[in-house]
Design a protein around this ligand. Structure first.
Ligand code: MG
Ligand code: MG
Length: 262
């Protein structure tokens, strides 16, 4: 069942996603070599609660922490721990926030210190592929149009697209119907309708697309140990172009300011 949201519900979701993006901006101000992933989790948890929300992933299906932090070859669902970030790492921080009965969900991949040019390019193309998908996310199109656009852009650059994990509908529940794969054929899948809210989240690998889940039941790594990137927006479908509820611009701004301070 696909739940269509009213305008009032979409505004509630905008608030949840604003909190998620502001949390990313807080992380952008502190992320650097020497910081542990657990300390990022802790500051995220505190910030989300200060904003009157609850971390969306804490205890979700038993996830032990407040945010997912995935370093280098970890694609998604990394568990924060005492791992210390090093110069050249890339770190995907996936954040959820629940407020007023609705969910926000967005992921941003950060660069730590000086990142290899090839890896920087992976991040750039992953982010571009997200926006290629969002361009197709309009009333009357189909889910397959989104996946097709993401896939075309990522594969044009020779990257792998993770297929086992997909985007999703989002609302009162973190994961609602429909599934939103990052691959597919144009004109296939459920029809997009005004009021649908979905999370589009390409997970793109520098090498082969194949992944393995570790024994902890969460951490998902590339089999070839090449890095992966993950960018995600929650959007609402409208008659015209998609209404993007999460916001990378405030994260970008925080990253720029952080560079100036150094
Ligand atoms: Mg997410
Ligand atoms: Mg998601």
């Amino acid at each position: 069942m696909i739940y269509l949201k009213t305008e009032e519900e979409i505004e509630r979701m905008r608030e949840c996603n604003r909190i998620v993006s502001m949390t990313h901006a807080e992380i952008a101000r502190v992320i650097k070599p020497g910081i542990s992933t657990f300390s990022i989790d802790k500051l995220s948890d505190e910030f989300i609660r200060d904003m009157g929300a609850v971390p969306g992933f804490l205890n979700y299906s038993g996830f032990p922490n407040s945010v997912c932090i995935s370093v280098n070859d970890v694609v998604v669902h990394g568990i924060p721990d005492d791992t210390v970030l090093e110069d050249g790492d890339v770190v995907s921080v996936d954040i959820g926030a629940v407020k007023n009965g609705f969910n926000g969900d967005s992921c941003f991949t950060f660069e730590v210190g000086n990142v290899d040019e090839q890896v920087k390019y992976l991040l750039q193309v992953t982010r571009e592929s997200l926006y290629k998908g969002i361009e197709k996310a309009v009333h009357g199109n189909r889910i397959g149009d989104i996946g097709n656009a993401v896939q075309k852009h990522a594969e044009k650059h020779g990257y792998g697209i993770v297929r086992e994990l997909v985007g999703h509908g989002i609302g009162a529940d973190l994961h609602e119907e429909p599934e939103v794969p990052n691959f597919g054929r144009k004109g296939t899948g459920p029809k997009l309708q005004r009021g649908m809210c979905i999370a589009i989240e390409p997970m793109i690998t520098m090498g082969k697309r194949f992944i393995r889940q570790e024994k902890d039941g969460w951490t998902v790594r590339t089999i070839d140990h090449k890095p992966a990137a993950h960018f995600e927006h929650t959007i609402a479908i409208t008659k015209e172009k998609a209404d993007i509820l999460s916001d990378f611009s405030i994260i970008d701004k925080a990253i720029e300011q952080n560079k100036l301070i150094k």
